[in-house]
Design a protein around this ligand. Structure first.
Ligand code: ATP
Ligand code: MG
Length: 415
């Protein structure tokens, strides 16, 4: 893509009312735009990152056997009344709306009840199990404080997976396979070293304890106790001797840190299947409720977390797997030879299927480099009168201060 045609522009300053670092950087670099507190648009650069995160998650969901669906945002209150979660005292962040007739509807904040109800049409016998379904779907939550940029939206994209098993034992096996998939996802997006599986309290709807995935960051709202060596943690809300010993941990090895909850997996037992009558006929002919689990990751929260923890004073530093482009080609100088060298390299990169942002604008070098640092593409190729004279490209990694002159062939190899 030619940067001269990108309709978004970088900005020196973010909106005055934006206090979070992730939103400030993402807005200044042109990845997102703020509509209002907790409500953001994804612009071309931001959408590319979001789609890359989505694809990494989709790949892992497919490995654990998930089938992708897309459920509706508008929800039938009757289903929620059965579980008791229609009540605003039980779920305090509902957005609700009304039909012209006055009848109430729910605006999706999660999907345990609707998915369970939907599967009544398809799950009848133990032979129909297991079923694992997931979606990338927009959730709406009337969050009290929406001051953390993409990390706490009132409207946000979530990957939610739901599992339906015949037995608790089958469920546990699947639950562990998802926990492993989650760690692979967080590794791929560049948060592996600082993300911990964390024992936590249940939500408004889970059964017993849950597992969160918490990324160490001072921008986080949670406090957890981590064992760095064993790579596990306990959330402050359930930090006690019983749970410490349950995880085989030693109090003296635990370190208190602030963290961001990037994912959460929940054992649901038969809580929903019982109230919504999702039962199967077992091999002995007896009817019994299906064993369920649910598993969430907020895509925007993940993107915001990456920006919080991987950025410096000049801007964002994207890990290559989710960077909007593989390389930022920056042309300096307007000399005819320089321009044609850059144009040829741009078209060569595109022919090779390499995703490239080409800064073909006639701006001062300082402005171009500042933009490039702010946008944060991992590798930069600079073409100038000087490099062209030597028939070379200046290659610089976003994470390094130094650059290196290379031939086009050598430069292509590092991509
Ligand atoms: P929190 O405690 O931070 O409010 P939660 O425990 O209510 O989150 P879950 O219901 O577990 O959230 O949602 C699953 C995942 O969705 C979370 O782990 C997080 O990644 C993401 N998520 C939840 N709320 C938001 C939000 N308001 N904005 C962006 N992502 C969110
Ligand atoms: Mg949670």
């Amino acid at each position: 893509m030619r940067q001269s045609q990108l309709f978004t522009k970088t900005r020196k300053e973010g909106p005055k009312d934006e206090v979070s670092k992730n939103a400030e950087l993402l807005i200044r670099a042109g990845f997102i735009q703020k509509e209002m507190a907790g409500v953001y648009d994804y612009l071309p650069l931001g959408l590319k990152v979001l789609k890359k995160i989505e694809n990494i998650i989709r790949q892992e969901m497919s490995i654990v056997g998930g089938q992708e669906i897309l459920m509706t945002t508008l929800q039938d209150p009757e289903i929620w009344q059965k579980s008791g979660r229609w009540d605003d005292k039980i779920v305090d962040n509902w957005f609700k709306t009304k039909l012209n007739s006055g009848a109430e509807l729910g605006v999706a904040n999660t999907h345990e009840e609707p998915i369970t109800n939907m599967l009544l049409h398809f799950i009848k016998s133990y032979k129909d199990l297991p079923v694992y379904v997931y979606q990338f779907q927009t959730k709406f939550r009337n969050e009290l404080r929406a001051k953390s940029g993409l990390m706490r939206g009132r409207e946000f994209l979530m990957k939610d997976l739901y599992s339906f098993n015949k037995t608790e034992e089958d469920f546990r096996k699947f639950y562990e396979s998802v926990a492993e998939a989650y760690m692979r996802i967080f590794e791929k997006v560049g948060l592996g070293d600082i993300t911990f599986r964390t024992l936590a309290a249940g939500g408004s709807f889970s059964v017993g304890l849950t597992d969160e995935f918490q990324t160490i960051s001072n921008a986080g709202e949670d406090v957890i106790y981590i064992d760095r060596a064993k790579k596990v943690a306990i959330n402050k809300e359930v930090y006690n001797d019983e749970n410490i010993s349950k995880l085989g941990l030693n109090k003296s090895a635990l370190e208190e840190v602030k963290s961001i909850e990037v994912g959460n997996i929940f054992p649901l037992g038969t809580k929903y299947s019982e109230v919504l009558s999702l039962t199967i006929k077992d091999d002995d002919g007896k009817s019994k409720p299906v064993v369920m689990g649910s598993y969430g990751i907020g895509l925007g929260r993940l993107m915001g977390t990456v920006v919080e923890v991987l950025s410096d004073e000049s801007g964002i530093i994207w890990p290559k797997e989710i960077a909007p482009f593989a390389v930022h080609l920056v042309r300096l100088g307007v000399n005819e030879k320089t321009v044609s060298f850059a144009e040829e390299l741009y078209s060569d990169l595109r022919k090779r299927g390499i995703d490239v942002l080409y800064d073909d604008r006639d701006l001062r070098p300082g402005e171009k480099f500042a933009d490039s640092d702010l946008i944060g593409i991992p590798v930069r190729f600079v073409i100038s009168d000087k490099t062209v004279a030597e028939n070379k490209i200046e290659v610089k990694y976003r994470t390094s201060k130094d650059s290196e002159l290379m031939s086009a062939d050598e430069a292509l190899k590092i991509l």
